[in-house]
Design a protein around this ligand. Structure first.
Ligand SMILES: C[S@@+](CC[C@H](N)C(=O)[O-])C[C@H]1O[C@@H](n2cnc3c(N)ncnc32)[C@H](O)[C@@H]1O
Length: 378
């Protein structure tokens, strides 16, 4: 009999013969959770961190679960789930933010373990506070990405954490018994830090658990900020592409009172963080934050400036392809003579790609780790 997991695609994410829409962790989580999913009441199952829909669509089609609530941080993953569901004619789920409505009263939570412990902490805190007291969390990951610190994080919020046997290099942690409020950590999301750093003294960074660099300022971002004075003093519109917590957008807005900034990111945690950062720094009247793939919501040739610190954690094989797509996104929205200011890991040698995709490219800074360039749209 054909299984839904064999028919899933990654689209609109990159597709290639060595990139898969379903991994051994998805299969293990569904198998380990089978006794809980069989006969699960309507609305009692929640899926967090599904990559391309395997957990959600697997729960619905294999176990006839209805009213599944899902949260995916990446917009790409959300779109892939929707496309897979539509193509295969499967419904029965609703999408939610990482908020109380996602987990209120939940009895089963299927989770693809995030790499970041802070991201895990935020999910575990939400579950412990809002799920049914009988909730069981079935959390899976690749063994090579798992550490016992994950058990500790889960254990701060749920009193019972049990590691199951690994299978095909994946393992599941099963957590239950939410701790009473008095025993749980008092840390609240988004977290917040005020920086005292050169001309960015007083910059407040707010971060949800899954946001890149948390409340700190990434060293690549610092390398770009070190050249902020050289960025044109335009009063038009700038884009912070892949804004993370919004550090670049806010630093730019603070230093250029006439400028309007659009900050975009595909990550739900990034967008929620950037909105909080923008608010905390008092620039919400000039900085708008949107969840989008690249610059998809911005018209062609409409902006003067794009700042970009492209992702490099996406894997050695795909990072250049992701960066190239973002360079092309920047090129599309820049007016003629508009500038893309980018910082990237020096070993990635993006300059020829920038020349080709955007236009003439000048190096404004370089050290063994980071290169900062400005590319002018022809
Ligand atoms: C290296 S981080 C930089 C974050 C922030 N600009 C900073 O400097 O701290 C890259 C960011 O790009 C986002 N991102 C990756 N691919 C994206 C895409 N196709 N569209 C929008 N954002 C994307 C990631 O979610 C991440 O927040």
């Amino acid at each position: 009999m054909s299984d839904v997991l064999d028919d899933l695609r990654r689209h609109p994410d990159l597709e290639a013969p060595n990139l898969y829409a379903v991994d051994a962790t998805d299969r293990l989580v569904l198998d380990e959770a089978a006794p809980l999913l069989t006969g699960a009441p309507d609305g009692s199952v929640v899926v967090v961190g599904d990559r391309y829909g395997a957990l959600t669509l697997g729960a619905v089609s294999r176990f006839a679960v209805t009213g599944v609530r899902t949260h995916q941080d990446r917009l790409t993953g959300e779109l892939a789930l929707r496309e897979n569901a539509e193509r295969l004619g499967i419904g029965g789920f609703t999408e939610h933010g990482l908020t109380a409505d996602l987990v209120a009263g939940a009895r089963v939570v299927l989770l693809q373990l995030p790499r970041s412990l802070d991201a895990l902490d935020e999910v575990a805190a939400l579950v412990a506070e809002h799920a049914d007291p009988a909730v069981v969390v079935v959390a899976g990951g690749r063994v090579k990405h798992m550490t016992t610190a994950m058990n500790d994080v889960l254990g701060r919020h749920l009193a019972v954490v049990e590691a199951r046997l690994a299978r095909q290099k994946s393992r599941v942690l099963v957590a239950s018994s939410p701790r009473p409020a008095a025993e749980r950590p008092t840390r609240r999301w988004p977290d917040r830090a005020t920086h005292a750093w050169a001309e960015h003294d007083g910059l407040v960074v707010c971060a949800h658990g899954g946001a890149f660099a948390g409340t700190s300022i990434d060293i690549g971002t610092r390398a770009l900020l070190a050249h902020l004075d050289e960025v044109p003093q335009t009063t038009g519109t700038a884009v912070d592409l892949g804004c993370g917590t919004g550090v670049l957008a806010v630093a730019l807005a603070r230093s250029r009172p006439g400028l309007t900034v659009v900050a975009t990111d595909e990550s739900a945690a990034a967008v929620a963080s950037a909105r909080a950062t923008v608010e905390a720094n008092g620039v919400a009247d000039r900085v708008t934050v949107t969840r989008a793939l690249g610059t998809e919501k911005i018209p062609d040739a409409s902006v003067d400036l794009v700042l970009l610190n492209p992702p490099f954690h996406v894997g050695a094989a795909v990072a250049p392809a992701v960066a190239r797509t973002l360079f092309a996104d920047a090129a599309r929205v820049l007016r003629p003579s508009g500038e893309l200011w980018a910082v990237w890991n020096s070993h990635l040698h993006y300059r020829p790609t920038l020349e080709q995709v955007v236009g003439p490219t000048r190096q404004v800074g370089r050290d063994p780790k980071f290169t900062v360039t400005v590319s002018t749209r022809g």
